[in-house]
Design a protein around this ligand. Structure first.
Ligand code: SAM
Length: 268
């Protein structure tokens, strides 16, 4: 398994696939790395590109990356003041992030909840309040992880946007890695990143973008759980099917081998 340089935990993160995924980035010989569904941006933090565009629809996530980029010491200082108890977790969780005026405090709260919540899940209720339970086994990222993350984020342009918008900024010389949420019917695995679900219409839009990127000769890589939808996405592109260990419904005790499609317009 690759070393883990990510600052956040994220359900559906592709940590175990980093060595394979990074071979696509290297083969593309691209100048800029683009990730429209960033999450914990596991591949980005591991390949450490010189230039990047990182985006996600999750505003709180991107706002947190912006603060780590700008002032990681400020975020860490606030985290170090907090005790690591279940009680503190629930009192931070009960705050309405929109009412926290200090962006450093808001970012520290996000990192704290992410690091101490159950299995790195991100889920909100209908009013947008984070509602994942306490996860017992968390830890605060080290100074080294914070400073490295900040250094790498300084090379990235950060965007809180739907992938459709992000992909409009793609240009020649880019490599695009897309790891969308699963939109498989009757399998509600890892779809709760945001109140807006990743439905079939979005999948069709993604497929259109894959074709457009190919016409523009821009190398891309898409990862997707084996399914009819993955077959639809892969039609006309190179595909590889690999086995991954995946926790079902976020329960790490319930890990199963799942098969994942890697779809690309370059042969690696
Ligand atoms: C499977 S996760 C990505 C995990 C990531 N590869 C990592 O290393 O952690 C999917 C991400 O897509 C984001 N997302 C969901 N719908 C989106 C949309 N329409 N546009 C952009 N991002 C979206 C979610 O917030 C989530 O962070």
């Amino acid at each position: 398994m690759a070393a883990n340089y990510t600052i956040l935990r994220w359900a559906g993160s592709k940590r175990q696939l980093v060595p394979l995924l990074s071979s696509y980035w290297r083969a593309s010989q691209s100048k800029r790395y683009v990730e429209p569904f960033a999450g914990s941006a596991c591949l980005f933090f591991n390949v450490a590109p010189k230039e990047a565009l990182l985006a996600d629809i999750n505003l709180e996530l991107i706002a947190t990356y912006r603060q780590i980029k700008k002032d990681w010491k400020g975020v860490l200082a606030i985290l170090e003041e907090l005790d690591q108890s279940k009680q503190t977790y629930y009192s931070l969780r009960s705050l309405d992030s929109k009412k926290i005026n200090n962006p450093l405090v808001r970012a520290a709260r996000f990192v704290y909840l992410n690091r101490f919540c159950f299995n790195g899940l991100y889920r909100t209720n209908q009013s947008g309040q984070f509602n994942v339970p306490y996860g017992k086994t968390g830890s605060i990222p080290s100074e080294l992880v914070f400073s490295r993350s900040s250094k790498l984020l300084k090379r990235a342009h950060l965007l809180a946007a739907d992938f459709d918008e992000t992909l409009r900024y793609v240009r020649k010389g880019d490599f695009v890695y897309m790891d969308p949420p699963f939109s498989v019917h009757n399998k509600n695995i890892f779809t709760d990143y945001d109140s807006s679900k990743f439905d079939f219409k979005k999948l069709i839009r993604l497929r259109k973008w894959m074709r457009r990127l190919s016409r523009m000769r821009i190398p891309f890589l898409v990862s997707y759980l084996e399914s009819n939808e993955a077959k639809m996405l892969s039609e006309g592109f190179y595909k590889r099917i690999i086995s991954v260990r995946r926790s079902i419904a976020g329960f790490s005790s319930n890990r199963k081998a799942a098969r994942e499609f890697l779809i690309s317009n370059i042969l690696v």
